[in-house]
Design a protein around this ligand. Structure first.
Ligand code: SAM
Length: 294
């Protein structure tokens, strides 16, 4: 699940890391500036690895095990996917880029480098550099124009014959009436920023109509939200899902949009949670979409 609309705040200041922006300056995108959000990213990585039984779906296993590949994770966040991959494939070189330095700077495998940078100013890598480029959980971040830009950039830095892969969740379906209120508000709030939070169809359409890539494929996994139908996986996903709506500053942002006080927002979300646990188990779809550069 994605991360809340956020502002760089005093509450997240890793040691020895410069502030990315002035504290008072609002950011124009969604950021995990809070420890709680970093936890969500880490949990979500392991949950998705379990769901798909792999860290990737593109056919890169043979290359990764037999060659020295170069792999990039765009907007890598806490870098958990990269840490996992770099530990598993020691002969390849891994790179992560993110605007916020929430990735580890010291305790990491030697074959892994992190770069701090704004991907929307272009990826700071030469054309045809990487064998595989990965990006995850940006559905609530990029506008449509930004999606077009970043896909062009990802294709540019990928080698011909190399693979590109995205992992994105969709908002749950079959939600009860109260949770639906939160979803509707979130979708509307995103639309005010020209962000389409239900991105799967668009992503497939963009890749399928891009002549420089081929073999567009996807795989879907469905999780039942909450432990009632979803068991342990559903319980964990519910934790991630709740963090998305409850971590600072989403209550402040979304409550205003819903015309509620923050207190009423939190109370209403408790009802949304009990709706899931007692009554209705929404289905959450997670997609991997991959393709090959010609
Ligand atoms: C929802 S998190 C996803 C993190 C990671 N990909 C994952 O799957 O856990 C979004 C990430 O995008 C980063 N981000 C947002 N806009 C960015 C930009 N313009 N340039 C670089 N990173 C950006 C944020 O800092 C954050 O780490």
């Amino acid at each position: 699940m994605g991360i809340v609309l956020s502002f760089c705040k005093k509450s997240f200041k890793p040691q020895n890391v410069p502030n990315v922006q002035k504290e008072t300056e609002p950011l124009k995108y969604y950021l995990p500036n809070f420890i709680g959000d970093t936890d969500i990213m880490v949990m979500s990585h392991f949950l998705h690895r379990y769901l798909f039984q792999s860290n990737y779906n593109a056919p890169i296993e043979e290359k990764l095990t037999s060659e020295q590949c170069k792999i990039l994770d765009v907007c890598c966040g806490a870098g958990t996917w990269l840490l996992d991959m770099a530990s598993a494939y020691g002969s390849s070189k891994f790179f992560g880029i993110d605007l916020c330095p929430v990735f580890p700077t010291e305790i990491k495998p030697e074959n892994l480098q992190f770069v701090q940078g704004d991907v929307l100013t272009g990826l700071p890598f030469d054309d045809n550099t990487f064998d595989y480029v990965h990006q995850g959980h940006m559905l609530d971040v990029y506008t449509m124009d930004q999606w077009h830009f970043i896909i062009t950039e990802i294709i540019r830095v990928c080698k011909p014959g190399g693979y590109i892969e995205f992992i994105e969740p969709e908002l749950a379906t079959n939600t009860g009436p109260i949770l639906s209120k939160f979803y509707d508000a979130l979708v509307e709030l995103s639309e005010t920023r020209n962000v389409n939070i239900r991105m799967y169809d668009d992503l497939i359409r963009i890749l399928s109509s891009t002549p420089s890539v081929q073999n567009v494929e996807s795989k879907k996994k469905v999780i039942s939200l909450g432990s009632k139908r979803g068991g342990y996986v559903g319980y964990e996903y519910m934790e991630i899902h709740n963090g998305f709506f409850l971590n600072v500053p989403m209550p402040e942002t979304l409550s205003k949009f819903m015309g509620l006080s923050e207190e009423d927002y939190l109370e209403l979300f408790k009802i949304a949670k009990s709706e899931v646990e007692n009554d209705i188990s929404p289905d959450c779809e997670v997609y991997k979409i991959w393709c090959q550069k010609r």
